[in-house]
Ligand binder design. Structure first.
Ligand SMILES: [Ca+2]
Length: 200
């Protein structure tokens, strides 16, 4: 199973408002609190020690494979982690983030191709809640949209924090376990797992 679903892209106004929160919403209702978000449908995920789904590893490797019918015309990844992530696209490091409240946006169409692609994230936690969130919005040349979101279908395994911070190469195989589903974006999530408003 792949974490793929089709959906309409968020409105441009919503994207601009989220990317530039200090600017006016330019009349887009989607930019208001509680409106559409690029992360809608995504789950906060992490890895759990074997046999103990209540706790989180200090650091982890998360990965997912997905199939595209064609090389994309546009592909924007929205990514956040509590507290740190490094994102790899088909084996190459594409970006990072260190503040869950400020999602990283990455334009990764040039790195994607027709057929099977792979996202990997090395993540590490500074303490308390630990979670990773990702939504990749792809537009294919024929105008169709495809969205890949972080959820329990992703593969996951714990790793040493130092490995997460410094690894330059990825293991060829996906992690053998499934990700721990920490909660739905917008209903739970960092900080500290409390029932929350949308964190962004
Ligand atoms: Ca944390």
């Amino acid at each position: 199973m792949h974490a793929i679903r089709s959906s309409a892209l968020p409105s441009l106004g919503a994207l601009l408002a989220l990317a530039l929160p200090s600017l006016p919403a330019a009349g887009s209702p989607g930019a208001a609190a509680g409106g559409a978000s690029p992360f809608d449908g995504a789950r906060w995920i992490w890895s759990a020690p074997t046999g103990d789904a209540r706790h989180s590893d200090d650091a982890c490797h998360l990965a997912v494979e997905f199939t595209l019918a064609a090389a994309p015309a546009k592909a924007t990844a929205w990514v956040s982690a509590d507290n740190h992530f490094r994102l790899f696209v088909d084996g190459n490091e594409a970006g990072h983030g260190d503040d869950w409240s400020k999602p990283t946006t990455l334009e990764i169409a040039p790195q994607l191709r027709a057929g099977v692609n792979r996202l990997d994230a090395f993540c590490w936690n500074d303490g308390s809640a630990a979670a990773f969130l990702c939504a990749l919005h792809v537009t294919l040349p024929d105008g169709s949209a495809q969205t890949i979101v972080s959820d329990g279908s992703w593969s996951a395994e714990g790793c040493e924090p130092q490995l997460a911070k410094t690894a330059a190469r990825l293991p060829p195989e996906l992690p053998s376990a499934k990700a721990r589903d920490v909660g739905a974006y917008g209903t739970v999530g960092p900080p500290r797992g409390r029932a929350a408003q949308r964190p962004f």
